[in-house]
Structure formats: structure tokens, C-alpha cells
Write a protein that binds this ligand. Structure first.
Ligand code: SF4
Length: 203
């Protein structure tokens, strides 16, 4: 696991649960408005060792309900399934923040997950302009279909990027409504932190 940071306590990253958030390094996409650009290179300096993070989570298990893997794109990490299994062995619920960049990997992880926060940025055809990756939209929407079919709790989040046309927002919301997506949140675009020094980390 390549870990860029750990938030040891949050009430907002897993609905209804007290959670810690593990920030994974690496993402195949390059959204211009990314809030964590320092986490995007998969080969950037590793800030925390998974063994240390796991020890810290073990120490905190009396005070927390869940661990959320966020990023970057957590599904870019080949060891993610093992890490999820480890935190579940401590009694934690497992949450995942993902943009849906790896639908096949996500499908394998879904039986291990208790909750997913899925970033749906746009309708599929508008993704490449945002992410710089040709098939990104179809992967994200395939991931949405897989999560929905799995029947686990999930939330769809859409970041209103600068100059996102209202017509795009309306069409996106309508498409999700057609799919009977009940939990869809629109969120404002936050500027990225000024430097990697602000990466959340402890230990
Ligand atoms: S998918 Fe998420 S983590 Fe990856 S570049 Fe886009 S906003 Fe950043």
C-alpha cells in the first residue's frame, strides 16, 4: 500500500459513523480541479507505511466505527483488498471513496465493503475533458451500475467544477434519477491545498 496520509478521526467521511480516513497515493486520471494533486503520482514519496497505519488503527478501534480508504484512487492499489481484510479483522466497517476508475477491481472489492462514496463527475461523454482519459466516463458509470447491483449502501457525489454548465448538472441529475439513485449529493469545488505539506497525516 502506498499511503499519503491518515486522518485519524472524522464524522463526515462515512455517513453516520465515526471513521478514520486512509489517503492512498496514485490515480490514473488528472482532473484539473483535484483537491489532492500531491497524491496523484503513484510513485511519489511514500509518507506512511501501511504497517504503522494499521497499528495506529488497531490502537483506536475502541473509539471508531469505520475506516475509509480515499485518495487519489484507492482502487489503483493492488494491495487494497488485503488492507480492507485487515481492518475488518479489527472489527471496523470498511468504506471506500472512489471515482470508479477500475470497475473490475471494484467489483471484486464490493463484497468486502460496507459503504461506498462514488464520485460521478459528469455524463460519460463529458469525462475525457475533465480527466484527460478517453474511456473514463464509461468506467465510472459502469462502476455505478456495479455498486447499485451489489446492493450495499452508497452515495453518489458530484463536484460542481468551475464553469460546469447548468444544463450538464440538470441532465446528470435526471439520469441518476432515472436510475433510481436516492443518495446524490452536489458539492462545491474546493481549491487544492497550496502544497503537499498540508497532506493529512499522523504517526
Ligand atoms: S479522479 Fe479524483 S483523485 Fe483522481 S485526479 Fe480526479 S479528482 Fe483527483
Amino acid at each position: 500500500m502506498r499511503i499519503g496520509g491518515l486522518v485519524p478521526f472524522t464524522t463526515i467521511d462515512y455517513p453516520g459513523e465515526l471513521a478514520a480516513v486512509v489517503f492512498c497515493q496514485g490515480c490514473p486520471w488528472r482532473c484539473s480541479y483535484c483537491h489532492n494533486p500531491h497524491l496523484l503520482p503513484g510513485d511519489s514519496t511514500r509518507l506512511l507505511e501501511w504497517e504503522d497505519v494499521f497499528e495506529e488503527l488497531a490502537r483506536r478501534r475502541r473509539f471508531l466505527d469505520a475506516v475509509v480508504f480515499s485518495g487519489g484512487e484507492p482502487c489503483a492499489q493492488k494491495d487494497l483488498a488485503g488492507a480492507i481484510a485487515q481492518i475488518r479483522s479489527l472489527g471496523y466497517k470498511a468504506g471506500l471513496h472512489t471515482a470508479g476508475a477500475y470497475p473490475r477491481r471494484l467489483q471484486q472489492l464490493l463484497p468486502m465493503l460496507d459503504w461506498v462514496g462514488l464520485d460521478i463527475k459528469e455524463l460519460p461523454e463529458h469525462y475525457p475533458v475533465l480527466t484527460g482519459a478517453a474511456a473514463s466516463g464509461y468506467k465510472a458509470w459502469e462502476s455505478l451500475a456495479l455498486i447499485q447491483a451489489a446492493g450495499i449502501p452508497f452515495q453518489v457525489r458530484t463536484t460542481l467544477y468551475p464553469d460546469m454548465p447548468d444544463s450538464h448538472v440538470d441532465r446528470l441529475c435526471a439520469r441518476l434519477k432515472e436510475m433510481a439513485i436516492e443518495d446524490h449529493v452536489l458539492q462545491s469545488c474546493r481549491p487544492p491545498p497550496p502544497s503537499a505539506d498540508t497532506t493529512p497525516q499522523t504517526l
